[in-house]
Every structure is written in C-alpha cells, then in structure tokens.
Ligand binder design. Structure first.
Ligand code: Z5A
Ligand code: MG
Length: 215
C-alpha cells in the first residue's frame, strides 16, 4: 500500500501598478486560501531580508547608487536565491502567494531603457506562476491614493513608462494565458472578490498540470 502524495501547491503572482493595493490584497488572499483549506505562504519581492535584499533596499531608498545592469541582476538574484524554497513548498502542497515577481523585475528595468530581452533573460528557468493577477489602476485613481513615497521609482515619469511596459509584457506569448487583469479601482472588498475570481482559474489549472518554469 502506497501513501498518496498531497496535491501540489499553487503558485500565484500578484502584480500591478504602484499603490494598486497588491500587498493589501495579498494579505486578504492568504487568509481566504487558508479558510478554504490551503496551506499558504506569502513571499514578497524584493525580499529585503536577505543579504542581496539589503543591497536592494539601500538602492531603493537612494542610500546607494548602483549601475542599472547591476541592480537588475541583483533583483533577479534575489528571486533565484528563493526559487528553491518556492519549488520545495509547492511540491509539499504549500500554496505560495508572490507579492510582485519577475514581471516587475523586467518592467522597471526596461522602463529605464534596458533592452526587454536582456531584462527577461536572467528570469528564464524560475518557477512559473499558475496564474498572475494584474492589478490595474487608472492614473486618476492612483493620484487619489495619496502622494508618492520617498523611493527611487516613485516619480510620475517612471510610473507612466512602467504602465506602458506592463501592457507590452501582458502581450508576451511566452506567458500567454497566465494573466488575469483586475480593475483595482474599487473598495478593498470588491477588489478582493475580483482577485478571487482570477485565482480560482489558477487553482483549476494547477489541478491538472505540473509546475512550469519561465521559458
Ligand atoms: N522592483 C524592481 O525594480 N524590480 C524587481 O524585480 C521588483 C521590484 C520585484 C519596491 O517594491 C520597488 O521595487 C517598486 C518596484 C521595484 N518600485 N516602485 N515604485 P515594493 O513592492 O516594495 O513597493 P511597495 O512600497 O510595497 O509599494 P506598492 O507595492 O506599489 O504598493 P501596493 O502593495 O500595491 O499597495 P498597498 O501597500 O496595498 O496599498 C497602497 C495604499 O493604498 C495604502 O495606503 C492602502 O491602504 C491603500 N489602498 C489599498 N487598497 C485600496 C483600495 N481598494 N482603495 C483605496 N485605497 C486602497
Ligand atoms: Mg506592496
């Protein structure tokens, strides 16, 4: 008699524009998944708690200037140093919710003028989400959510280019079918329902498919 392995966990990425409410929705999603019986772990990117994460934090808070290519590779290295634990959790039946992922990595660097394919290259081989929830917020709504913070990319010109780059990236054939776009310009509870609708697609997909890798 052989014991049946538990079903694998689901890999869910929450992406989107600044102040769209990604972290707010990640917290609600973790709770809701737990209530429906999933084991869940939240993984935020950048993960500022590692040695590489400390360098990234210093860059984002403008304490340190780092060359564009170098910081790009550090953001990617920060995902690679955590990739193994993500795969291990998924295999063990733990669902992992990603608060930002490689899509932010590509988009923010490409928005600075680095080549899109160059930016995407280091991400190839990372665990590929079963579903990506894209939290969209129109410029007017974003402005209503209070002033920009103090961090490096929190300036209107960068934000505008990031919005364009995300739109382009959602059309990338290599991730076709992964994206679900949610209008984040509503009350927190209303947005949470929309997020759940997209996540259910990922749950369904993960039932019948192995965890893939970014190609
Ligand atoms: N970056 C990169 O360059 N390369 C990479 O590889 C990665 C990231 C992974 C820091 O990221 C920067 O790193 C980021 C991208 C770059 N640059 N920028 N700009 P971060 O994830 O640490 O950034 P953050 O500081 O957490 O901000 P955020 O993620 O943009 O915010 P959010 O998580 O989307 O929103 P929130 O914290 O949930 O909510 C924002 C505010 O809105 C807050 O006051 C909420 O109470 C409010 N809120 C939330 N939901 C609502 C609704 N529905 N209505 C009204 N108000 C709301
Ligand atoms: Mg956040």
């Amino acid at each position: 008699e052989t014991a049946t392995a538990p079903p694998r966990g689901i890999l869910i990425a929450i992406e989107g524009l600044d102040r769209a409410g990604k972290s707010t929705q990640c917290a609600l999603l973790v709770e809701r998944l737990q209530q429906s019986g999933h084991k869940v772990r939240l993984q935020k990117f950048p993960d500022r708690t590692t040695t590489i994460g400390t360098l990234i934090n210093s860059y984002l808070t403008s304490a340190t200037d780092i060359d564009d290519h170098t910081i790009h590779l550090l953001f990617s290295a920060n995902r690679w140093e955590l990739a193994h634990s993500i795969r291990t959790d998924i295999a063990a039946g733990v669902t992992v919710v990603l608060d930002r992922y490689m899509y932010s990595g590509v988009v923010f660097s490409a928005a600075k003028g680095l080549d899109y394919e160059y930016c995407r290259g280091p991400e190839v081989g990372l665990p590929r989400p079963d579903v990506i929830v894209f939290m969209d917020l129109d410029e007017g709504e974003a402005a209503k959510r209070g002033g920009f913070g103090e961090e490096r990319y929190e300036v209107p010109e960068v934000q505008r280019r990031v919005r364009e780059m995300f739109r382009m990236m959602r059309g990338d054939e290599r991730d076709a079918g992964d994206w679900g776009v949610v209008d984040a310009g509503a009350e927190v509870g209303v947005v949470a329902e929309r997020v759940w609708g997209v996540v259910e697609r990922g749950v369904e997909f993960a039932r019948g498919n192995e965890l893939r890798s970014i190609q």
